[in-house]
Design a protein around this ligand. Structure first.
Ligand SMILES: NC(=O)c1ccc[n+]([C@@H]2O[C@H](COP(=O)([O-])OP(=O)(O)OC[C@H]3O[C@@H](n4cnc5c(N)ncnc54)[C@H](O)[C@@H]3O)[C@@H](O)[C@H]2O)c1
Length: 450
């Protein structure tokens, strides 16, 4: 306003100027008509137009393809990874399905965000070497599994509370840079960065049921439920693949023989064995719910009776019982009439099956067991042949809910995992007997095993 006022004032002043002082009107000089062709001339000279067009072309190309450049640009975290790692990322993206992306999104998206072009490189994805957790890795099966994984070149972390496991089972790996041991109860959560989780931790031996049933029921069920829940939560959080070691006990006292994975089982929910059976059934349910609902990559193995070195000497399982008793020159205890059947697989066959399942693309459940079927009396005969032909048998009343028959149908594992056991009972038993003899001898010499 002030300026307007000033202008108007000045205008008035102008008006008031004497005409004679007014400068003579001179229209603003127009640009010279020849200047247009001169600028055109400038552009056309020395191929300047060509350079301008090329510049425009390069600029527009950059903006059109900018998203794909930015994926590999040094400012992107993946721009800094090696070529091999980039290949792995591409492979990883290829096998990533929608449900995984959904699950990771639901989980806070810490792992599988490559589909959006952001995120970090998961641990170990750039190399074949994996980082693997084995819960219950100081136990019988776990320690053999750990041996195989470490020998394969993976980094293995064992989590164990030594409830039934022993440091002796893994002591040969102490000092190996690929091996770590954590004393931890899986009932409590734990946070680790790994690619795979083999979940074996569980008080599995029936002898504990008899020794302290209530404690064992709580412990077994709690470990199966809370332990599995914690490990599934970890798998979901870090995008790891999760393998559950379930059991043939989920079939209970089966009405179908041999047992296929499609059989839903015949379990007494209130029996003395149900803490274990129902605990494993719940663990399977949890695993499948995490798979369906949260996209966790889950694998389920239903393990049938397994034997081999490092089994607990007196854990109440039939093979270890017979072998320990025969070595100690005690009568072998047969519960019931001894006509109930079981199938026995050597531990290395099981470990091969677990690894094939983990590395394969099928969720399962898969029966992992040896289909060779033996009555308890036949087993006692094989133990006699292997250890002491003069060994005797003592009959005792059968335990409640003891399954009458147990034999896996392994056609699914044969077809989809290309797996089947290789070691017969007569071949496997002597390998276990050597280990048991040494430990029993040490025990007798007062050195102990724990
Ligand atoms: N061996 C078999 O015949 C057989 C058959 C069917 C299923 N399974 C399953 O395979 C797995 C391994 O069995 P195994 O024969 O090696 O038994 P095991 O008792 O030798 O091993 C179990 C391991 O888990 C550990 N553990 C138990 N509770 C734990 C907890 N809360 N936190 C951390 N660690 C804990 C124990 O200390 C032990 O080292 C178990 O899940 C079992 O149910 C085994």
């Amino acid at each position: 306003m002030k300026q307007l006022h000033k202008q108007s004032t000045s205008f008035r002043k102008d008006e008031e100027m004497p005409f004679s002082q007014t400068p003579p009107y001179s229209p603003k000089s127009l640009k010279h008509p020849r200047s247009l062709p001169r600028s055109l001339n400038y552009i056309l000279k020395e191929q300047r137009l060509l350079f301008i067009l090329v510049g425009i072309l390069i600029g527009s190309t950059f903006f059109i393809f900018q998203p794909s450049f930015s994926l590999l640009s040094p400012s992107d975290p993946r721009g800094r990874i090696s070529a091999g790692e980039r290949d792995s990322v591409v492979r990883y993206r290829d096998r990533t399905d929608f449900s995984n992306n959904y699950a990771n999104h639901a989980a806070g998206g810490t792992y599988n965000k490559f589909a959006n072009g952001v995120g970090r490189v998961p641990v170990g994805i750039g190399s074949k070497r994996k980082r693997i957790v084995v819960t219950g890795g100081a136990g019988f099966v776990g320690s053999h599994l750990v041996d195989k994984l470490v020998a394969r070149g993976d980094d293995v972390i064992v989590i164990d509370n030594f409830f039934t496991g022993r440091k002796e089972n893994v002591v040969h790996l102490f000092g190996n840079p690929r091996f770590e041991l954590i004393r931890h109860d899986v009932v409590e959560p734990i946070l680790l960065e790994v690619d795979q989780i083999y979940h074996l931790a569980c008080p599995a031996s029936p002898v504990h049921y008899k020794y302290n049933p209530v404690k064992t029921i709580i412990s077994s069920h709690c470990t199966n439920v809370m332990g599995t829940l914690n490990m599934l939560g970890l798998a979901k959080r870090i995008g790891a693949r999760f393998l559950l070691t379930s059991t043939s006990e989920v079939y209970g006292d089966p009405l179908e023989h041999p047992q296929k994975e499609t059989y839903w089982g015949h379990v007494n929910p209130i029996g003395v064995r149900s803490c274990y059976d129902e605990g494993k059934r719940t663990a399977e349910t949890l695993a499948m719910d995490y798979h369906r609902g949260a996209g966790v990559e889950v694998r389920i193995a239903r393990i049938f009776n397994t034997y081999g070195p490092r089994m607990c000497l007196d854990d109440g399982r039939v093979v270890s019982n017979f072998v320990s008793q025969a070595i100690r020159k005690q009568p072998m205890t047969v519960y019931g009439d001894g006509k109930q059947t079981r199938s026995f697989q050597f531990v290395s066959d099981l470990v091969d099956g677990l690894v094939a399942l983990m590395e394969g693309e099928h969720v399962g459940p898969f029966n992992l067991g040896n289909p060779g079927e033996f009555t308890m009396l036949e087993l006692a005969e094989v133990v006699k042949e292997t250890i002491d032909p003069s060994a005797s048998i003592e009959f005792k009343p059968n335990t409640a809910d003891d399954p009458h028959k147990r034999k896996p149908d392994i056609s699914k594992a044969k077809d989809l995992l290309n797996w089947e056991p290789k070691i017969s009972l007569r071949d496997g038993l002597p390998r276990m007997v050597d280990d048991f003899r040494n430990r029993i001898l040490n025990e007798d010499e007062g050195k102990g095993n724990k």
